[in-house]
Design a protein around this ligand. Structure first.
Ligand SMILES: Cc1cc2nc3c(=O)[nH]c(=O)nc-3n(C[C@H](O)[C@H](O)[C@H](O)COP(=O)(O)OP(=O)(O)OC[C@H]3O[C@@H](n4cnc5c(N)ncnc54)[C@H](O)[C@@H]3O)c2cc1C
Length: 216
C-alpha cells in the first residue's frame, strides 16, 4: 500500500483519547508506507475564521469570500497558512478528520479548517468540479470520531450516527468516504476497554482497503 495521508486533528489535550486515536492511526499508516502529514490545529494555533486575512491581496470594498478564493487560486495569493494547508491537501490521497462529536459536528477549529482550506477554485467549483468530480476524485476520506453509545441508533435520543454525520460525509466530503471509525462512551470505559478500542482503531487503519464505504 502506501500513499500520502493528510490528517486534520482538533482536540485541545495531547493526552486525550482523541489524540491517542489519531496517533495510533498515524503510526499504523506509517507502518504501511504512508507519508503522514498531521495538522494538529490546536497546537498550530489555527484560526477558525475565514476572513480577509486569508488572502495576500484582497480587493477593497465588500468582501466576497468565494470570489476571493477563486482569484487567489488563479494568482497563487492565499495567505501562507492557508497555502500550506492546501499544499498538504492537494498531495493527500487519504484525508482523515480526527475530532470527537462536539455538538453533533466537528470541533470548531476543524470546521474552520474546512471553511478556509476547501476553497472555491481549488477544491471545488470555479471550473474544477465538485465532490467526486473535484480535486478529490479518486481519493479517500474518513472520520475518526466518538460520542455516547446509547444516544445513537434508530430510536435513540440523537438518532442514527450516519444521519448525524451526513453534513460532514456528504456535505463536506462526498468523494470516496469510508465508514467512520467511532469510539463510543470513552469517558465511561475502563482503561482495558479503552486500550482494546485503540487496538480496534489501529485494526481499522490496517485494513482500509477492505473497509466499506460510509452509508447515508
Ligand atoms: C463542546 C463539546 C460538545 C460535545 N458534543 C457532543 C455531542 O454532540 N454528542 C456526543 O455524543 N458527545 C458530545 N461531546 C462529548 C465528546 O464526544 C466527548 O468529550 C468525547 O467522546 C470524549 O473524548 P475525549 O478524547 O475528549 O476523552 P478523554 O477525556 O480525553 O478520554 C477519555 C478517557 O480516556 C483516557 N485515555 C486517554 N488516552 C488514553 C490511552 N492512550 N489509552 C487508554 N485510555 C486513554 C483518558 O485519560 C480519559 O480517562 C461533547 C463534548 C464537548 C467538550
Amino acid at each position: 500500500m502506501g500513499g500520502n495521508r493528510a490528517n486534520g486533528h482538533a482536540h485541545p489535550e495531547p493526552g486525550s483519547f482523541c489524540a491517542a486515536q489519531m496517533c495510533g492511526a498515524a503510526d499504523t499508516l506509517r507502518e504501511q508506507g504512508y507519508m503522514v502529514e498531521i495538522s494538529d490545529l490546536y497546537a498550530m494555533n489555527w484560526g477558525a475564521a475565514l476572513d480577509r486575512a486569508d488572502f495576500m491581496h484582497p480587493l477593497e470594498g465588500q468582501f466576497k469570500p468565494q470570489a476571493e478564493q477563486v482569484r487567489a487560486a488563479k494568482e497563487g495569493s492565499f495567505a501562507p497558512d492557508v497555502a500550506a494547508e492546501l499544499e498538504k491537501l492537494q498531495a493527500a490521497d487519504l484525508l482523515v478528520f480526527s475530532s470527537l462529536l462536539w455538538w453533533f459536528s466537528l470541533a470548531a477549529l476543524l470546521k474552520g479548517w474546512v471553511d478556509r482550506v476547501f476553497t472555491m477554485g481549488t477544491v471545488y467549483g470555479g471550473g474544477v468540479g465538485t465532490y467526486d468530480t473535484g480535486l478529490f476524485r479518486g481519493r479517500r476520506a474518513l472520520l475518526t470520531t466518538g460520542g455516547v453509545v446509547e444516544h445513537y441508533g434508530p430510536n435513540a435520543r440523537d438518532g442514527e450516527m450516519n444521519v448525524n454525520l451526513f453534513h460532514i460525509q456528504n456535505g463536506m466530503l462526498r468523494f470516496t468516504v469510508l465508514a467512520p471509525v467511532i469510539s463510543y462512551s470513552l469517558v465511561r470505559l475502563t482503561r482495558e476497554d479503552r486500550a482494546a478500542q485503540l487496538g480496534r482503531v489501529r485494526g481499522a487503519f490496517e485494513t482500509l482497503d477492505e473497509r466499506e464505504v460510509a452509508s447515508g
